[in-house]
Design a protein around this ligand. Structure first.
Ligand code: ADP
Ligand code: RBF
Ligand code: MG
Length: 174
Protein backbone atom coordinates (compact mmCIF):
# COMPACT_ATOMS: atom_id res chain seq x y z
CA UNK A 1 0.00 0.00 0.00
CA UNK A 2 1.84 3.04 -1.26
CA UNK A 3 -0.08 5.50 0.94
CA UNK A 4 1.17 3.94 4.21
CA UNK A 5 2.20 5.49 6.53
CA UNK A 6 -0.96 7.61 6.27
CA UNK A 7 -1.45 10.64 8.54
CA UNK A 8 -4.87 12.00 9.36
CA UNK A 9 -6.56 14.19 11.91
CA UNK A 10 -10.14 15.01 12.83
CA UNK A 11 -12.69 15.67 15.53
CA UNK A 12 -14.00 12.69 17.52
CA UNK A 13 -17.71 12.44 16.69
CA UNK A 14 -20.52 10.21 17.95
CA UNK A 15 -20.69 6.87 16.20
CA UNK A 16 -23.44 4.32 15.88
CA UNK A 17 -23.87 4.14 19.65
CA UNK A 18 -23.91 0.36 19.66
CA UNK A 19 -22.23 0.21 22.99
CA UNK A 20 -18.77 -0.83 21.81
CA UNK A 21 -17.68 0.67 25.11
CA UNK A 22 -19.74 -1.86 27.05
CA UNK A 23 -17.86 -4.56 25.16
CA UNK A 24 -14.61 -3.06 26.42
CA UNK A 25 -13.61 -1.88 22.95
CA UNK A 26 -14.70 1.76 22.54
CA UNK A 27 -13.94 3.19 19.11
CA UNK A 28 -13.49 6.89 18.43
CA UNK A 29 -15.22 7.75 15.17
CA UNK A 30 -14.00 10.28 12.58
CA UNK A 31 -16.40 12.53 10.67
CA UNK A 32 -17.39 11.60 7.11
CA UNK A 33 -15.05 14.29 5.71
CA UNK A 34 -11.99 12.39 7.01
CA UNK A 35 -13.32 9.08 5.67
CA UNK A 36 -13.91 10.63 2.23
CA UNK A 37 -10.30 11.89 2.03
CA UNK A 38 -8.81 8.39 2.25
CA UNK A 39 -6.66 7.58 -0.77
CA UNK A 40 -7.97 4.84 -3.04
CA UNK A 41 -5.27 2.32 -2.21
CA UNK A 42 -6.25 2.34 1.49
CA UNK A 43 -9.05 -0.17 1.27
CA UNK A 44 -11.43 -1.38 3.94
CA UNK A 45 -9.93 -3.54 6.67
CA UNK A 46 -8.12 -3.45 9.98
CA UNK A 47 -5.04 -1.25 10.42
CA UNK A 48 -2.67 -0.40 13.27
CA UNK A 49 -0.62 2.64 14.16
CA UNK A 50 -0.16 5.51 16.60
CA UNK A 51 -2.71 7.98 17.96
CA UNK A 52 -2.94 11.02 20.23
CA UNK A 53 -5.69 13.38 21.41
CA UNK A 54 -5.10 17.10 21.04
CA UNK A 55 -1.50 17.52 22.25
CA UNK A 56 -1.57 14.55 24.60
CA UNK A 57 0.65 11.47 24.81
CA UNK A 58 0.97 9.05 21.90
CA UNK A 59 -0.58 5.60 22.22
CA UNK A 60 -0.79 2.47 20.10
CA UNK A 61 -4.05 2.07 18.20
CA UNK A 62 -6.06 -0.28 15.99
CA UNK A 63 -8.49 1.02 13.39
CA UNK A 64 -11.37 -0.51 11.49
CA UNK A 65 -12.26 0.99 8.11
CA UNK A 66 -15.38 -0.07 6.29
CA UNK A 67 -18.97 -1.13 6.59
CA UNK A 68 -18.68 -3.51 9.57
CA UNK A 69 -20.05 -6.62 7.82
CA UNK A 70 -21.13 -8.05 11.17
CA UNK A 71 -23.60 -5.15 11.49
CA UNK A 72 -24.18 -4.56 7.77
CA UNK A 73 -23.67 -0.79 8.02
CA UNK A 74 -24.62 1.40 5.08
CA UNK A 75 -22.14 4.15 5.96
CA UNK A 76 -18.38 3.66 5.63
CA UNK A 77 -16.69 4.42 8.94
CA UNK A 78 -13.19 4.89 10.31
CA UNK A 79 -13.15 3.83 13.97
CA UNK A 80 -10.05 3.99 16.16
CA UNK A 81 -9.61 1.99 19.35
CA UNK A 82 -6.83 3.69 21.29
CA UNK A 83 -4.88 1.09 23.30
CA UNK A 84 -5.02 2.96 26.60
CA UNK A 85 -7.44 3.21 29.54
CA UNK A 86 -8.96 6.68 29.55
CA UNK A 87 -10.85 7.93 32.59
CA UNK A 88 -13.26 9.97 30.50
CA UNK A 89 -14.78 10.22 27.04
CA UNK A 90 -13.12 12.57 24.58
CA UNK A 91 -15.85 13.50 22.12
CA UNK A 92 -15.04 16.83 20.45
CA UNK A 93 -11.27 16.50 20.90
CA UNK A 94 -8.91 16.22 17.93
CA UNK A 95 -7.72 12.70 17.19
CA UNK A 96 -4.32 12.58 15.46
CA UNK A 97 -3.50 9.30 13.80
CA UNK A 98 -0.79 7.70 11.72
CA UNK A 99 -1.75 4.38 10.17
CA UNK A 100 1.42 2.37 9.67
CA UNK A 101 0.30 -1.12 8.67
CA UNK A 102 -2.51 -3.44 7.66
CA UNK A 103 -3.65 -6.47 9.67
CA UNK A 104 -6.59 -8.14 7.85
CA UNK A 105 -9.77 -7.56 5.84
CA UNK A 106 -13.08 -6.85 7.59
CA UNK A 107 -15.19 -9.97 8.09
CA UNK A 108 -18.62 -11.07 9.09
CA UNK A 109 -18.81 -13.28 12.22
CA UNK A 110 -21.28 -15.88 13.50
CA UNK A 111 -21.44 -14.30 16.93
CA UNK A 112 -20.55 -11.15 18.81
CA UNK A 113 -18.12 -13.24 20.89
CA UNK A 114 -16.25 -14.25 17.74
CA UNK A 115 -16.00 -10.57 16.68
CA UNK A 116 -14.67 -9.56 20.10
CA UNK A 117 -12.10 -12.38 20.07
CA UNK A 118 -10.91 -11.24 16.62
CA UNK A 119 -10.55 -7.65 17.83
CA UNK A 120 -8.53 -8.78 20.87
CA UNK A 121 -6.21 -10.68 18.53
CA UNK A 122 -5.84 -7.54 16.39
CA UNK A 123 -4.88 -5.55 19.49
CA UNK A 124 -2.20 -8.08 20.46
CA UNK A 125 -0.85 -8.15 16.91
CA UNK A 126 -0.72 -4.32 16.78
CA UNK A 127 1.08 -4.09 20.13
CA UNK A 128 3.79 -6.48 18.91
CA UNK A 129 4.28 -5.00 15.45
CA UNK A 130 4.47 -1.42 16.74
CA UNK A 131 7.52 -2.33 18.83
CA UNK A 132 9.55 -2.83 15.65
CA UNK A 133 12.13 -0.02 15.19
CA UNK A 134 10.70 1.03 11.81
CA UNK A 135 7.31 1.68 13.46
CA UNK A 136 8.64 3.16 16.72
CA UNK A 137 10.27 5.99 14.82
CA UNK A 138 6.88 7.23 13.52
CA UNK A 139 5.82 7.80 17.11
CA UNK A 140 8.43 10.58 17.24
CA UNK A 141 7.09 12.27 14.12
CA UNK A 142 6.66 16.07 14.19
CA UNK A 143 3.02 15.50 13.18
CA UNK A 144 2.25 14.69 16.83
CA UNK A 145 4.26 17.57 18.30
CA UNK A 146 3.18 20.39 16.06
CA UNK A 147 -0.52 20.88 15.33
CA UNK A 148 0.43 23.08 12.36
CA UNK A 149 1.95 20.06 10.60
CA UNK A 150 -1.05 19.06 8.53
CA UNK A 151 -1.75 15.65 7.03
CA UNK A 152 -1.39 17.47 3.67
CA UNK A 153 2.18 18.49 4.62
CA UNK A 154 2.93 14.88 5.38
CA UNK A 155 1.51 13.79 2.03
CA UNK A 156 3.60 16.38 0.21
CA UNK A 157 6.70 15.23 2.10
CA UNK A 158 6.16 11.59 1.13
CA UNK A 159 5.40 12.34 -2.51
CA UNK A 160 8.33 14.76 -2.78
CA UNK A 161 10.94 12.36 -1.43
CA UNK A 162 10.97 10.07 -4.49
CA UNK A 163 11.01 13.11 -6.80
CA UNK A 164 14.05 14.63 -5.13
CA UNK A 165 15.71 11.19 -5.02
CA UNK A 166 15.01 10.88 -8.73
CA UNK A 167 16.44 14.32 -9.54
CA UNK A 168 19.55 13.48 -7.49
CA UNK A 169 19.86 10.34 -9.56
CA UNK A 170 19.61 12.39 -12.76
CA UNK A 171 22.17 14.89 -11.41
CA UNK A 172 24.50 12.05 -10.46
CA UNK A 173 24.17 10.64 -13.93
CA UNK A 174 25.66 13.83 -15.44
P1 ADP B 1 -19.68 5.74 19.57
O1 ADP B 1 -20.71 4.87 18.92
O2 ADP B 1 -20.20 7.13 19.88
O3 ADP B 1 -18.40 5.79 18.79
P2 ADP B 1 -18.34 3.95 21.45
O4 ADP B 1 -19.05 3.01 22.37
O5 ADP B 1 -17.60 3.38 20.27
O6 ADP B 1 -19.40 5.05 20.99
O7 ADP B 1 -17.35 4.79 22.36
C1 ADP B 1 -16.48 5.69 21.74
C2 ADP B 1 -16.08 6.83 22.65
O8 ADP B 1 -15.47 6.32 23.85
C3 ADP B 1 -14.99 7.68 21.99
O9 ADP B 1 -15.56 8.66 21.16
C4 ADP B 1 -14.28 8.27 23.21
O10 ADP B 1 -14.91 9.47 23.60
C5 ADP B 1 -14.47 7.20 24.31
N1 ADP B 1 -13.28 6.38 24.59
C6 ADP B 1 -12.83 6.10 25.85
N2 ADP B 1 -11.74 5.32 25.80
C7 ADP B 1 -11.46 5.08 24.49
C8 ADP B 1 -10.41 4.34 23.82
N3 ADP B 1 -9.46 3.70 24.51
N4 ADP B 1 -10.42 4.34 22.46
C9 ADP B 1 -11.40 4.98 21.79
N5 ADP B 1 -12.40 5.69 22.36
C10 ADP B 1 -12.44 5.75 23.71
N1 RBF C 1 -16.63 -5.14 12.46
C1 RBF C 1 -16.97 -6.14 11.61
O1 RBF C 1 -18.09 -6.25 11.24
N2 RBF C 1 -16.00 -7.01 11.14
C2 RBF C 1 -14.70 -6.95 11.52
O2 RBF C 1 -13.88 -7.75 11.08
C3 RBF C 1 -14.33 -5.91 12.46
N3 RBF C 1 -13.06 -5.79 12.91
C4 RBF C 1 -12.73 -4.81 13.78
C5 RBF C 1 -11.42 -4.71 14.25
C6 RBF C 1 -11.05 -3.71 15.13
C7 RBF C 1 -9.63 -3.62 15.59
C8 RBF C 1 -12.02 -2.77 15.58
C9 RBF C 1 -11.64 -1.68 16.55
C10 RBF C 1 -13.34 -2.86 15.13
C11 RBF C 1 -13.71 -3.86 14.24
N4 RBF C 1 -15.01 -3.98 13.77
C12 RBF C 1 -15.34 -5.00 12.90
C13 RBF C 1 -16.00 -2.94 14.08
C14 RBF C 1 -16.94 -3.34 15.18
O3 RBF C 1 -18.02 -4.02 14.62
C15 RBF C 1 -17.44 -2.07 15.85
O4 RBF C 1 -16.38 -1.38 16.47
C16 RBF C 1 -18.51 -2.41 16.81
O5 RBF C 1 -19.16 -1.25 17.18
C17 RBF C 1 -18.02 -3.21 17.99
O6 RBF C 1 -19.09 -3.57 18.80
MG1 MG D 1 -17.35 4.05 18.03
Amino acid sequence: MKSLPYFCRGEVVRGFGRGSKELGIPTANFPASVVEELPEDIGTGIYYGWASLDNGPIHKMVMSIGWNPYYKNTIKSMETHVIHNFKEDFYGQTLNVVMVGYIRPERGFDSLDALITAIHNDIEEAKQRLDLPEHLKLKEDSFFKDPTTTPQDKMAATTMTPISAESKHIMNGH
